[in-house]
Design a protein. Sequence first.
Length: 304
Amino acid sequence: MTGWDRMARLFGADVLAYLGTRTAGVVGLGSGGSFVAVSLAMSGVGRFILVDDDLLEPVNVVRHAADLRDVGRPKVDVVADLVRQRNPAADVRTVIGRIEDHLDLLAEMDVVVAGVDREQPKFAINQACLKHGRAAVYAGVYERGEGGDVCIIYPNKGPCYACWAERLREGLSHPAEEGELDYGMIGPDGTLAAEPGLWLHVVRVAAIQADLALNYLLTDTPAHRALPANTIIQANTHLEIYEGKVALPHTAEWVSVPRNPRCLVCGSQQRLSTAEWAALSLDDLISMGNITLETDENTSAHEG
Ligand SMILES: [Zn+2]
């Protein structure tokens, strides 16, 4: 019996066959992106578009799915090989370059995994996803890998990534005390800088990212699971999510981030008034995460 036979029993042969036709785009193939690509291949996803402009360097291999044997090769080629080692039937397309120069590729992806660290390409991906009606899963790892967050941004439903980043990065960030190394470093563009962490801490966040991408690819199948909210904050160590709220190691909080009615990128549809939106604290968003599911028609459907 092959592993795929076993997977077919778990998922159902129809679902597995369907997954084999789905295309995951993974943009950025560093520690997180490489892990997500290989994990999706191991989960039965059959088609990949991999985008990255870097070569694998010796310094990468302590935090990468690949190892020293592949140093010097383009990361897209390295990860394509790893994907085929798990699923020889996979159809893998590789693009060496920056996503900003290949945004129309997103139209060919059924889900976009943003494996990039910098915020700038995330915003470019966001705009292209809005244009092409694509869902994207974004992840950020906090300083020293103490935690991270993952969000799924649906096309024309709920917040776009610009709404999300303005709300959550702002909500999470507060000035660090003198001498205290806060989990959230505010970058030059006013957001939390995503920082490389230890491999074990990175892959905990990347595993959530892969799982959300896989779940989205399973939309309309019996294997799809409804999510309680659009964002997960994962604590790897004791993590102060906001003042007075410390998450225990290996716990997660669901957070429901709404659309920003003033968003310059997507803000044509009013969902909350500007005043309502501005008044929401992260605490509010977390409690919304437990009881509210963002949908197009009904922004306040209480689930339980
Ligand atoms: Zn927006």
